[in-house]
Ligand binder design. Structure first.
Ligand code: TGC
Ligand code: FAD
Length: 392
């Protein structure tokens, strides 16, 4: 028996938001409540991504939401973050899908692409008619993408791509893959390529047996002598900095998204604790140790909200640094995972059942802690920014 979400605002956070920001948040909240919450537990059981939500999410402007033109909603970064918060309150896998489509595929086309590439892909992607994936990680290179082995070799008016990418969200459902490869003729400089997924030599195999992000498609990609016209190179991409710029966009959304997952766990635990009675016919919410857990959760959620809002305001002002985003991603995902574990504990045995969303969030957050830079890699990014010494 799941509870209806009551909203989480201890410090008057809503008062820090503008009307349009609250409107975006409330629209996304209602969409998730009406469309995802009723089906997500079954999707999770079945290991099924709810594709039926792609079109309505496109109609609401959820894809490429903080980009301008090409049919995108042109939201501010704070609005975009509040939207990802609500998506992840529903499920990290659905937020992942939107993050990849928006931050990891539309953003690089928008930022590094030619006018032709933008015209060809962005309007359809904004509507959800065309889907994308982002291939950076390889079987032997996760935290250290600079070691990648995928190669692109110029051959007349074409590039020939060879390599393997691993753990790629939306890999087998994408129409286009943004593939990061070292270019032989440019002394191994990393550049981005748009690879249509129906090209000969391209294949995607789904990863099965995941205990996390079960409502999200995760695939391995294989590129064997895949030929793309030279116009498929993202012309303004150059160096590892380019994919890392895309990661900043996605990590920013994850920082907010994790707050959503934490809110879902906290709100469930609070409502349960007020209802469940043990000893002296008293709700467990009346026991000091349970209150301490709830107090920890609401404190950490409130701090995370303020952190993400400040990072969002800096981003909207063009003043954000990638280490600020690392702090939000690292702290908020850790905080959400701790909330999930405490909330699970408060629900006792009921906490392990999918009648409640907690265990699903907990399992999802294990992936979120690892992808887009692990918790420890983000500690090293912050460490480098304050010491000037790279310790990777
Ligand atoms: P390093 O030498 O430090 O940097 C290379 C160049 O890039 C610059 N730079 C950045 N620029 C923009 N944003 C950032 N975040 C940047 N970080 C570094 C840097 O200044 C340098 O510029 P230049 O001009 O000197 O060339 O590179 P490194 O090889 O030492 O690696 C640094 C490190 C470890 C931080 C980086 O490789 C890293 O972030 N590793 C983690 C990998 C990762 O996050 N992968 C994510 C894959 S995608 C994914 O997980 C999708 S999940 C689905 C979903 O989002 O829901
Ligand atoms: P590793 O890099 O092998 O790290 C293993 C452990 O070693 C970690 O604890 C890490 O913190 C630690 N470690 C590594 N280096 C250091 C160091 N220098 N100092 C201290 N500790 C270190 N990638 C994509 O490109 N596109 C996607 O769409 C995508 N989607 C994903 C979806 C899911 C569900 C998952 C799980 C992953 C996805 N990824 C994707 C891959 C993800 O980005 C990588 O898993 C992540 O970057 C970590 O790489 P790794 O798994 O190889 O771990």
């Amino acid at each position: 028996m799941a509870f209806k979400f009551q909203g989480v605002d201890f410090l008057g956070f809503d008062g820090l938001l503008r009307d349009d920001e609250r409107l975006v948040r409330d629209t996304a909240r209602k969409f998730i409540e009406d469309n995802l919450v009723p089906i997500i537990e079954q999707c999770n059981r079945d290991g099924r991504f709810p594709r039926e939500l792609i079109q309505p999410m496109g109609e609401l402007g959820f894809f490429g939401a903080n980009l301008h033109g090409y049919g995108c909603a042109g939201m501010s970064n704070v609005e975009y973050g509040l939207m990802t918060q609500e998506l992840e309150r529903g499920d990290s896998g659905v937020r992942s899908f939107v993050s990849v489509q928006s931050a990891l595929v539309m953003y690089p086309i928008y930022t590094f692409g030619s006018d032709e590439q933008k015209d060809r892909w962005l309007p359809g992607m904004a509507k959800g008619e065309k889907l994308g994936c982002f291939g950076l990680t390889e079987p032997d290179f996760g935290s250290n993408p600079g070691g990648m082995r995928t190669r692109a070799k110029k051959d007349g008016s074409e590039y020939v791509l060879n390599g393997e990418k691993m753990w790629i969200t939306s890999g087998s459902i994408a129409d286009v893959a943004v593939i990061w490869a070292k270019v032989d003729d440019e002394e191994g400089r990393v550049r981005g390529f748009l690879v249509e997924t129906d090209r000969p030599g391209f294949s995607a195999q789904d990863v099965h047996g995941k205990w996390s992000l079960r409502a999200s498609v995760t695939s391995g990609l294989s590129l064997q002598d895949v030929r793309v016209p030279a116009e498929n190179l993202l012309p303004k991409s150059g160096g590892l900095k380019s994919p890392l710029m895309c990661l900043n966009q996605a990590r920013y959304g994850i920082g907010w998204g994790a707050i959503g997952a934490a809110m879902s766990c906290y709100d469930t635990a609070l409502q349960y604790a007020k209802m469940r009675k043990q000893f002296r016919d008293m709700p467990i919410a009346g026991h000091q140790l349970v209150q301490e857990k709830l107090a920890w959760m609401i404190t950490e959620i409130s701090k995370a909200q303020l952190l993400s809002l400040q990072v969002g305001r800096l981003k909207d002002a063009g003043k954000v640094e990638h280490q600020h985003i690392s702090m939000a991603k690292r702290n908020n995902v850790w905080m959400a995972l701790e909330c999930a574990r405490m909330a699970r504990d408060i629900l006792g045995a009921n906490g392990i059942a999918d009648d409640y969303p907690i265990m699903r969030h907990m399992m999802n957050l294990e992936s979120v802690k690892t992808y887009e830079g692990t918790h420890d890699i983000h500690a090293l990014i912050i460490g480098e920014s304050i010491t000037g010494i790279a310790a990777f």
